[in-house]
Design a protein around this ligand. Sequence first.
Ligand SMILES: *Cc1c(COP(=O)(O)O)cnc(C)c1O
Length: 360
Amino acid sequence: MSRVFNFSAGPSMLPESVLNRAAAEMLNYKGSGQSVMEMSHRSKIYESIINEAQQIFREVLGIPDNYKVLFLQGGASTQFAAIPLNFMNGSKKADYVLSGQFSTKAYKEALKFGGDVAVAGSSKDKNFSYIPKLTRADFRPDADYAYICFNNTIYGTTYKYIPDTGDVPLMADVSSCFLSEPMDVSKFGLIYGGAQKNIGPAGLTVVIVREDLLGNCPENVPTMLDYKVMADNDSMYNTPPCWSIYVCKLVLEWIRDLGGLEAMKLHNEKKASILYDYLDTSKMFIAPVVKEDRSMMNVTFVTESDELNKKFVADATEAGFVNLKGHRSVGGMRASIYNAMPIEGVEKLVDFMAKFEKSN
Ligand SMILES: *Cc1c(COP(=O)(O)O)cnc(C)c1O
């Protein structure tokens, strides 16, 4: 079977050149006589891999010097707990914006720690089909932090602006839009994401955090959840997710060699507009998200009937367009078109959708 066009929300497609390189280096990494999977994480050779990964991450995303880059495990979901544990330690107030399922989960996790956790905005009234318009007045000026999910993977919405929270550090889950376009890291206290959406294999979670916010964890916070410990040990307090970091480095090199995040943005805008332009003219498929809040990464759409949705997903799978079924909580369809999805994949999907529309 030839390779399919994989529209999965994550784990998802990786660039073919990255997979080929990983394969070529699998048995004997740069003459070391070992696979990266087999190396001691304390070896010189592995050290050079993790250091380079961090360096290229800084270069590609333009991370300011006063931010730490942490390579962690536990997935994005572990950060739902780590963030309140690390930062809800001053006024013990935290303000959350509920724009979908993941931010709601993060909010519920924060409620477990006994602080004053408030909802600063929500789009639940319309099934999360838009992004709340927030102003500084929506955030408490004495909050320890504010929290948003920047791109809502399940609903297909994204922030087109960075909310103004004044002096309150803004923490953002960027799992499904990490490295998809340039981002001004200096506007955030912390950004983080699971790698498996857009920057590598599952098992790696990247946290980028402003240095001055670290070091206020209470004594009883588990060591592994204390960002300061991870920062002080260059993500090597214990064994890091070695292999995933290595593949992430290959992905970063791929982005850099294509022209960096400006080039990535053009590539992603082009794919998204091909798909949304078709959806806007289609008489069968409807894009439920408010136009101005549409995600460039996760494109959701539906037909008028569940039956037709099902038939579409089945026929598409047959034709080599896989994982187009929407998340179980919303139904319909979702095409995740992350960095590694080629333009050809979206063009061919649209051709297929047009044919399906004609014959059904
Ligand atoms: C997938 C996803 C998560 C959950 O990630 P895990 O690594 O599986 O914990 C959290 N937030 C967003 C925005 C996601 O897309």
